[in-house]
Structure formats: structure tokens, C-alpha cells
Design a protein around this ligand. Structure first.
Ligand code: NDP
Length: 286
């Protein structure tokens, strides 16, 4: 293997250490950063994600409130909870764990989160702000992708970045953030023609499609930076990304593994967004 590893474990630990220090600094100024997480129902995956967020907050000294609601909660009841959190000045970040049960219009609920508390970066207003370059909290996964790329020390400006996937929460915002870094960006999706050739031109390749081992060495340019966002299970049931790590690592200059890459950085970026939200809501700089 010739590629260097973009180690999400090390990077996330550094981010968390920094967050811890900033939490202490905010506390000294009388601000106690607080993240509220709304969990509807008891789906094992959602429960696990929420537990992870609680653990991360605890590690960094961020207060966290988890509001647990039954699977049968009505849209109106859920909206009332979100609106109450929106008005509570002691709560700086609000995250509604998705997916929501069928009786609830997800979009309506997410839209009820004010942009200044939208630490997950999922509201339409945040998407608009990201598009227009106004201040906002970038969605955590794409923000983590940029942090991982920057950690390599490689100049991003002018590079050709190819993003595989155009979802609202990963592909599209990742493309916008890469544009913001002055990359030349190509976005690929399921209808893209000549996908292999496009990928092979990429100085930076971000894979976010959800297909185990989709990106193979023949799709990767020698010396490319490769970020794997995918979370899949392979035929043996093992966690793996969208990139065929072993073969691509022979060709890339830098590569992020799964597990141990984008997932950990996603969690870390939520903490960063939360302390930024706490600072902004109190007119403080961090
Ligand atoms: P979506 O299913 O919402 O989007 C997948 C995208 O990939 C779509 O734009 C789709 O194209 C495109 N796509 C699917 N198959 C192909 C293909 N064969 N060729 C080209 N494009 C294709 O997924 P998400 O964006 O939510 O997630 C993507 C992956 O990232 C998943 O594995 C998910 O688990 C993971 N993920 C990881 C996170 C983390 O923390 N590390 C966070 C969020 C997601 P089209 O639009 O045409 O349908």
C-alpha cells in the first residue's frame, strides 16, 4: 500500500480536544453549550446514534438533553417539542434524529428548527445559506469530508473534485463546500455516463453512494485524495465503505478508511457546530 491514511480516529480526537477547550472558554464567559436531541421511537439504529451523540457531548463537556417521544407521537406534538426547544435560550443546538415515523412530515419538522440552532445542517434555510455563501452550519458529514481533506495539507484550490452521489445530506453539500474551497467540482449520480472516466480524472474523489466496494483502482487517478463516506455491509457482513480500500490504496496518495474515517468525523463536526451555535447565539467569537 502506498497511500497515506486519513485517520478519522486521530482527527476526531483532535477536534474533540479542541472542542473541550472551547467549551471551557465558553463556560468561563457564562455560556453552557447545550445540544438537544429529539428521538422518536426506539429503532435500534437511531437509539445507537443518539447514544453516540450523548457520549460525545459528555466527553467534551457539552450539556445534552435527549427528548424521547413514543413512535405514536403526532406531528403536532413533535412540532410543539421542537418549537419549545427553538425558544429555549439554554438550548443552542437542536437535532431531530431521522428517520421519523410515517405519520410525520419530516420536512415540516426539520423546517421548524431555526437556522441558528440547526447544528445538523438539514433545514432548507441552511441549504439556501450554504448555496448563497451566507453563514450557516454545514451538514456534519460534508464538513467532516472537508476537514479530512484539509488535514492532508494538500492544497485544495484548483483541484478537480469528483463527488459520487447527489443526496441532500451528503453529495450536494459536499460539492458546494468543495466549490467553496475553490475546487472544480463534478457531481456524479446514478444517471451519469462515463462515470469511470470522470472518476479517473479526479484529484479528489469523494464517494457517497452506498454501494460496497463500488470504487475500484481503475477509477482512481494516481496520487488522488480519496474520501470514503459510504457505510455498507459486505458479503461477510463486515462494515465497509464505497471504496475498494485494498486496491485503491495502491494508487491514491491519501485515503480514508471505513470504519475509522468519515463516520467519526461526522460525529466530531456535530460538536463543532454545537459550540459555534452556542457562541453565535451569545455574540461571542470562538
Ligand atoms: P442516498 O441514497 O440518499 O444517495 C445516494 C446517491 O448515490 C444518489 O445521488 C444516487 O444517485 C447515487 N448512486 C447510487 N448508486 C449509484 C451508482 N451505482 N452510480 C452512481 N451513483 C449512484 O445516500 P446518502 O447520500 O444518504 O448516503 C450515501 C452513503 O453514505 C451511504 O452508504 C450512507 O450510509 C453513507 N453515509 C455516511 C455517513 C457518515 O457519517 N459516514 C452519513 C450519511 C451517509 P441518484 O441521485 O441518481 O439516485
Amino acid at each position: 500500500m502506498s497511500a497515506k491514511i486519513i485517520d478519522g480516529k486521530i482527527l476526531a480526537a483532535q477536534v474533540k480536544e479542541n472542542v473541550k477547550q472551547q467549551v471551557a472558554a465558553l463556560r468561563q464567559k457564562g455560556v453552557n453549550p447545550c445540544l438537544a436531541v429529539v428521538l422518536v421511537g426506539e429503532s435500534p439504529a437511531s437509539v445507537t446514534y443518539v447514544r453516540g451523540k450523548e457520549k460525545d457531548c459528555n466527553e467534551c463537556g457539552i450539556e445534552n438533553r435527549t427528548i424521547r417521544l413514543p413512535e405514536s407521537v403526532s406531528e403536532q406534538e413533535l412540532l410543539a417539542v421542537v418549537q419549545e426547544l427553538a425558544q429555549d435560550s439554554a438550548v443552542h443546538g437542536i437535532l431531530v434524529q431521522l428517520p421519523l415515523p410515517a405519520q410525520i412530515d419530516e420536512r415540516k419538522v426539520i423546517t421548524a428548527i431555526p437556522p441558528l440552532k440547526d447544528v445538523d445542517g438539514f433545514t432548507p434555510e441552511t441549504a439556501g445559506r450554504l448555496m448563497t455563501g451566507e453563514p450557516c452550519f454545514a451538514p456534519c458529514t460534508p464538513a467532516g469530508v472537508i476537514a479530512m481533506l484539509k488535514s492532508t495539507g494538500v492544497e485544495l484550490a484548483g483541484k478537480h473534485a469528483v463527488v459520487l452521489g447527489r443526496s441532500r445530506i451528503v453529495g450536494k453539500p459536499a460539492a458546494l463546500l468543495l466549490l467553496g474551497e475553490n475546487c472544480t467540482v463534478t457531481v456524479c449520480h446514478s444517471k451519469t455516463k462515463n462515470l469511470q472516466q470522470l472518476c479517473a480524472q479526479a484529484d479528489i474523489l469523494v464517494a457517497a453512494i452506498g454501494e460496497a466496494g463500488f470504487v475500484t483502482a481503475d477509477m482512481v487517478k494516481e496520487g488522488a485524495l480519496v474520501i470514503d463516506v459510504g457505510i455498507n455491509r459486505n458479503a461477510e457482513g463486515k462494515l465497509c465503505g464505497d471504496v475498494d480500500f485494498a486496491s485503491v490504496a495502491e494508487k491514491a496518495a491519501w485515503i480514508s478508511p471505513v470504519p475509522g474515517g468519515a463516520g467519526l468525523m461526522t460525529r466530531a463536526m456535530l460538536l463543532v457546530n454545537t459550540i459555534r451555535a452556542a457562541a453565535l447565539q451569545n455574540n461571542l467569537e470562538i
